[in-house]
Design a protein around this ligand. Structure first.
Ligand code: A3P
Length: 301
């Protein structure tokens, strides 16, 4: 099925999820051709759930050290998190995207917005590790609404919040539906905890030290308190937002503004926008969709 996402683009449904046509094309190639390596780290998320933060944290854990603080060789000063960690199916400006990913040296750090059922058999059958990040749907929705209005159609009247809400709650938007995306990775992480780490934006905000230690240990790095503090400082919202590499320019492979990935970086900003009815609607959807799964994005806050 095909659907018009406001006046931005047509979107297409494939095995229960919605895609822009160029992304779906690239995704299908990756699904059939991508060969995972046992030492790959694959980051996964749906949109606006903390992808940029997770990319930065993993880069800092794997490639940083406290001595490079504020030096030009620090990996986060050399390029945006999205430049270092490509989102494979979003490389729509790169004709030879598959070759680029194949040419990356091991251990590769790569990202996807694709749902779990879309990963290649090679990913599922290899020993590569997957880190999934999600966020409560209320803040995710507001972050997405803002992103569409100011980034994807900056010169137009903003979409009415109610219409955007209808799309989000029905799951009819690029990489939606949110709930199925989250649930499939959640279930997979329960089946294979040694291979799939499930994180939330809220837990990272509330217990950054504990979560970064957990993430580092999952990535095979032991970090002491000084290193954790250094990583958290390097990846903090204010710092990343103000680095030259993130203030200017575009993500080379999809043309999105680097600066567009930094807005407020807080939890519960959605309270300033959602009506009580909308809040209740999303809470109800969470209860219905996650029932019996053990996942509750609200209790986990
Ligand atoms: P808000 O729009 O609520 O501010 P993604 O990276 O998946 O596109 O998610 C973007 C969201 O993460 C935005 O949320 C953005 O501001 C926030 N974000 C980006 N970098 C962050 C950081 N270092 N720490 C916390 N939040 C961050």
């Amino acid at each position: 099925p095909k659907h018009k996402l406001f006046d931005i683009c047509d979107i297409y449904q494939w095995e229960g999820f919605w895609y822009e046509s160029r992304i779906l094309e690239a995704a299908l190639v990756f699904k059939s051709q991508f060969i995972a390596r046992d030492d790959d780290f694959i980051l996964a998320s749906t949109v606006k759930t903390g992808t940029t933060w997770l990319k930065a944290l993993c880069l800092s854990i794997l490639h940083g050290n406290p001595d490079d603080k504020n030096k030009e060789e620090e990996i986060l000063k050399k390029g945006s998190p999205h430049m270092h960690v490509p989102t494979i199916e979003s490389m729509i400006f790169e004709e030879n995207r598959y070759a680029i990913i194949e040419g990356m040296p091991s251990p590769r750090l790569i990202h996807t917005h694709l749902p779990y059922n879309f990963l290649s058999d090679s990913v599922k059958n290899s020993k590569c590790k997957i880190v999934y990040i999600t966020r409560n749907p209320k803040d995710t929705f507001i972050s997405w609404w803002y992103f569409m209005n100011s980034i994807l159609r900056p010169n137009e009247e903003p979409f009415p919040l109610e219409k955007a809400f209808d799309c989000f709650s029905k799951g009819v938007y690029i990489h939606g539906p949110f709930f199925d995306h989250v649930l499939r990775y959640w279930n997979a992480s329960l089946e294979m905890p040694e291979r799939i780490l499930f994180l939330t934006y809220e837990e990272l905000k509330i217990d950054p030290t504990g979560q970064v230690k957990k993430l580092a240990s999952f990535l095979g790095k032991s970090v002491d308190e000084v290193e954790v503090d250094d990583i958290l400082w390097k990846c903090s919202f204010e710092r990343l937002k103000n680095l030259e590499v993130n203030k200017n320019g575009y993500v080379p492979y999809n043309g999105l503004l680097n600066a567009s990935f930094y807005r407020k970086g807080v939890i519960e900003d959605s309270r300033n926008y959602l009506t009580p009815d909308m809040e209740e609607n999303l809470s109800r959807l969470c209860r219905e969709k996650f029932q019996g799964s053990g996942l509750d994005l609200y209790l986990r806050r």
